[in-house]
Design a protein around this ligand. Sequence first.
Ligand code: NAD
Length: 500
Amino acid sequence: MDAATLSADGAHRVQAQTRLPNFIGGRFVDGGAPFDVRNPATGDVHAVAYEADAAMVDAAVAAARECVEGEWGHMPLARRRALLMKVADGIERRFDEFLEAEIADTGKPRAMAAHLDIPRGAANFRVFADFIASLPDEAFEMDTPDGGRAINYSVRKPLGVVGVIAPWNLPLLLMTWKVAPAMACGNAVIVKPSEETPSTTTLLAEVMNEVGVPAGAFNVLHGFGPNSTGERLTSHPGLRAITFTGETRTGAAIMRSAASTTKALSFELGGKNPAIVFADCDFDAAVAGLARAAFLNTGQVCLAPERIYVERPIFERFVAAMKERAEALRPGLPHDESTDLGPLISHEHREKVLGYYSLAIEEGAKLVTGGGVPDLTGAAAGGYFVEPTIWTGLPQTARVTREEIFGPCCHIAPFDSEEEAICLANDTDYGLASSVWTRELSRAHRVGRAMAVGISWVNCWFLRDLRTAFGGARQSGFGREGGAHSIAFYSEITNICVKV
Ligand code: NAD
């Protein structure tokens, strides 16, 4: 990342902003229309990124293709793995810079970024560099009509150039979750980070150069979605695959623009995730677990439970305990050690979340706590904060209980039987994640399996083994990534049939 301050084209802006240029074929390149990147904790512009135009997209695709057809795509696996391990080391070596960049883009509390976002960014490279070496290939021996035999075996090759379109909520973590396996398989990647959070992806480009990843294997193009860099990339004929994390309706738009060139697609989309709390649960663990789940990252986690169903005998007690947890959260600036609730990502997103806060009341919700904007002073007064919010009393048909809000909020409803809880939980167009809280062993397995989701947690939430399948059912996406699933998606498999 070029830390020089802007001159000519950015003279109207405050000084000391970070410049975030595009990174093509191993070089940071000038050009593209500048756009502001704001720190959502204060509302201040802290960086300027440059929207890649069509020529830059073409140049990135050409550089990536040359690299995948050349050095990177044909590099011995041991060397490629060693380089990816060095990328992980490089992130850790520059840990504080990644941390500050992620905090500036997202406004999230420092402790969260230090314990989750940045370490997982490094871990993604290590896990997939390890995993690719230990994955078996398939082989089948067969009889042939002439009484002989043939042996089939498969080999994995890179797909080619892979586009990675990333969201803003866990920028480094979710981007590297795609980039690491794609590169481990020998693909060249072109990353378009979210326009809200371009900093850590740009910093990663520096690390790639520092550790000697060949030019063109990793490229970064900044910009927006429709009629901008995102659409230019997803419709580009030079890409073989698009891996996308973001909103369901963006996924639909990407599918349309990728259709004419029949690219492989892997989509991790939105959710309206349920949690089911049975009366026999470990009550304190369930409250602690679900308060964390609902409010972590200010509710901006795709896996967050916005619908919580609680067995009637403990309903009132559970609501009261969640209220207490929500009211104990302290919003504030990221570096303030007392802060445990950051802002929403942008002014627009806050408008959207506050729109749902109003709608909940119009739809007849009982407001348990929150519902507004906290009264903050100093620099945080310009930030995009909202109160953690809990409702009860809404019907299953309400928009607030059906649509993804992506804020620090949840609706809590009672249930009377296991069957009813399963019905309520699965009554949604989405199918990303769920969590079930019970001490009864058979029920844990039974209800955990009955959830119509890609990721079903029991007595926990967001507990991730990166070798396991991750992805959503229904409108929460398709395809699975994680472990062997990632390697399968990012590889072209050739079956070789040898008559012996
Ligand atoms: P978004 O869909 O608005 O944007 C995601 C990315 O897509 C951005 O980089 C954006 O610029 C780009 N984009 C937008 N329109 C595009 C287009 N037409 N063509 C190409 N690219 C386009 O999502 P967001 O607001 O950044 O992230 C929040 C959403 O992501 C939520 O819905 C959340 O549930 C979802 N999400 C899902 C997962 C998961 O694993 N399933 C994880 C995190 C976030």
